[in-house]
Design a protein around this ligand. Structure first.
Ligand code: GLC
Length: 488
């Protein structure tokens, strides 16, 4: 099959979060059996040298009153062909050193990107079996292919949309669509009907793809409930049989405690549990020395996350304070794009600077996060909702027991012995309510279990499990095939 992915992110060249990891992981795996490429904006932060880039095409495109130049470069990332779309400097929307600006300008930027991709694919004139889009940023391509550019309708045999997070609806304005000459008689699919006003969502237009894939079966179910449907319930219900759920994988080479250069005492699932614990103890000591914490063999609870409301930063803080009360150590690593939240954690960092149990580190530091995963005993992730979540899987692969809120992808990956009877499945703890009381109860239970036998069974199940992209990629291929055969 000829499969073309279009996305806002791809790790490691353009990554802001889990979306970037998922795009790389999935395309790398699909590429083993299919012809795969990825189309991305050529952000100025992408640091590929000119020798790594080949000019693939140059053309000009029309904007409302003027025309702009487009250059598409080809590069190879993780063995996958990537096409980077650059628009002329005059109206270059991607020159800022950021993937997302976090302002309304983002919708304008990605509307342009989608239009330019459509124009590029027309000129490329190749038959594409599956055009695979991700989240709101690229959703506009659904109506562009299906309704606007008839020549694309002929070239693109099917369109699939993966929803990584329904909550980002990609709000847009009609004038932004007018700017790219979008025919306004095709606007119905964008319209969310509110009680007082009508708003337009780019993601909504994407939900008319031939198949919609949520990033976990748990999130698929939730998307079909009023609470999590973000206003799209009626539409999703109508298209229920087109909505699927496939759990993401993680890149096993990228996240490997045996090969990770930031893990001073490596370990692997092939070793005995005693050997794994010995290595993890030494990693913990290395971490304690690095952060100036007293050397201690008490349990270590960590949080590694972007401090956005979805991740419940307040509960993370409470969890770490509870850990301290129970004589454990606690470390939080992560930044917030929200100034106020960032300030809260900078203040905490200051308050607990020389503390004997706690560290708040409001920075982004991937090497340190890797040492944390290896050194810790518990990984706390109390997300209010979580479409899939990658860090709980990384934690388990690094022998660390996750403590999560029982939602979305966390529900599909973490099994608590208090609720799960199958002893080969249990691998963590889950909060069935998002409250301080429930957190306290679960945390004390987890710490007590650790003091009994270091949660040996949970660690062992977690570290042995196969989190790779192999099975998820096979499931995607099944969906591609199903969609293609229904078109015949
Ligand atoms: C989004 C979701 C997260 C998911 C990731 C990759 O960031 O919030 O749950 O793991 O996308 O699909």
């Amino acid at each position: 099959m000829h499969i073309v992915h279009v996305a806002a992110e791809m790790a490691p060249i353009a990554k802001a979060g889990g979306l970037g990891d998922a795009v790389t992981g999935l395309t790398k795996e699909l590429q083993k059996h299919h012809q795969v490429s990825v189309i991305l904006p050529k952000y100025s932060l992408i640091s590929l040298s000119p020798t790594q880039l080949t000019l693939d095409m140059e053309f000009s495109c029309e904007k409302k009153r003027l025309s702009y130049n487009v250059r598409v470069f080809r590069a190879e990332v993780e063995g996958v062909f990537v096409y980077l779309v650059e628009t002329s400097p005059l109206i270059d929307h991607f020159y800022e050193k950021k993937i997302y600006l976090g302002t309304q300008r983002d919708s304008e930027r990605f509307i342009y990107f989608c239009k330019t991709v459509a124009e590029y694919l027309i000129r490329k004139n190749q038959v594409i079996d599956v055009l695979h889009l991700h989240d709101w940023h690229t959703s506009l391509l659904v109506p562009l292919v299906k309704e606007v550019y008839l020549s694309l309708k002929v070239l693109v045999r099917s369109v699939v949309l993966t929803v990584h997070n329904l909550a980002y609806i990609g709000r847009c304005f009609l004038r932004e669509l007018e700017e790219i000459h979008y025919p306004l008689n095709h606007i119905e699919s964008f319209a969310c009907r509110g009680i007082f006003f009508k708003k337009y969502s780019l993601l909504r237009a994407g939900l008319f793809a031939d198949a919609i894939v949520a990033v976990s079966p748990g999130y698929r179910e939730e998307m079909l409930t009023k609470r999590y449907a973000c206003g799209f319930l009626r539409l999703l219900e109508k298209r229920r049989d087109k909505v699927h759920g496939i759990l993401n994988g993680i890149d096993k080479d990228l996240w490997d405690p045996q090969k990770d250069p930031h893990v001073p005492f490596p370990f692997s699932p092939k070793q005995s549990l005693a050997e794994v614990f010995r290595a993890k103890n030494k990693d913990k000591e290395a971490l304690q020395k690095k952060l100036g914490l007293p050397l201690s063999h008490e349990p270590l609870v960590i949080c590694v996350a972007r401090l956005v409301p979805q991740k419940s930063p307040k509960l993370m803080k409470e969890g770490l304070l509870l850990a301290k009360e129970a004589s454990c150590q606690g470390i939080l690593l992560g930044t917030s794009p929200l100034k106020k939240e960032q300030a809260v954690f900078e203040k905490l960092a200051d308050t607990y600077k020389g503390d004997s149990h706690l560290r708040f580190l409001p920075t982004f530091d991937e090497p340190l996060s890797r040492l944390l995963y290896a050194a810790a005993d518990f990984f706390l992730m109390p997300s209010s909702f979580e479409p899939c979540g990658l860090s709980q899987m990384i934690a388990m692969r690094y022998g660390t027991v996750p403590i999560v809120h029982h939602v979305g992808g966390l529900k599909d990956t973490v099994f608590d012995p208090r609720y799960e009877n199958a002893s080969h499945k249990v691998n963590g703890f889950s909060l069935h309510k998002l409250s301080t009381t429930e957190l306290k109860k679960t945390l004390s239970f987890a710490i007590a279990s650790w003091r009994k036998d270091r949660c040996a069974l949970l660690v062992s199940n977690g570290i042995q499990h196969d989190y790779s992209w192999k099975v998820p990629a096979e499931k995607y291929v099944q969906i591609y095939q199903k969609v293609l055969s229904s078109k015949k």
